[in-house]
Ligand binder design. Structure first.
Ligand code: CU
Length: 139
């Protein structure tokens, strides 16, 4: 009885630990998939100023890009030429093109909009969030 109970508690602790890894603190390496029309996952938590490595898999049929907007800006209802000036960082991918790219996280903590800038794509769901945390918040 005691053994079974201990085992269940151990499993619960493991599950908690796993979910903490997935949702929790900032990371410097992410893998995500681009499809028509989504980023999966679409939320990334990083530490300000850190070098971030993205392993991007393009699993869609058309060109997409991954754009991080500047702090305090967003593309509004659609991404157009005026929004280009507010791009913090971007990478474009052709269908079937998977790559590893590196960028430096912004210094300003906060939430940044992520989107695909191809016409109509953000409206179709290609949106996400980059959450930048203070360096002191890092474990
Ligand atoms: Cu797209």
């Amino acid at each position: 009885m005691v053994n079974k109970r201990s085992f269940i508690i151990l499993i619960l602790i493991l599950m908690l630990a796993l979910s903490a890894c997935e949702n929790g603190g900032p990371s410097t390496k992410f893998s995500f998939t681009i499809t028509d029309f989504a980023f999966t996952p679409n939320e990334f938590t990083v530490t300000a100023g850190q070098q971030i490595t993205l392993n991007v898999t393009h699993d869609g049929t058309m060109e997409h890009n991954f754009i991080v907007m500047n702090y305090g800006t967003d593309a509004g209802d659609m991404f157009d030429e005026a929004d280009q000036a507010n791009v913090f960082w971007e990478v474009s991918l052709q269908p079937g093109e998977s790559k590893t790219v590196v960028f430096t996280a912004p210094e300003q903590p906060g939430t940044y909009q992520i989107l695909c800038g191809m016409p109509g794509h953000m409206q179709s769901g290609m949106l996400g969030k980059l959450i930048v945390t203070e360096p002191t918040a890092q474990k």
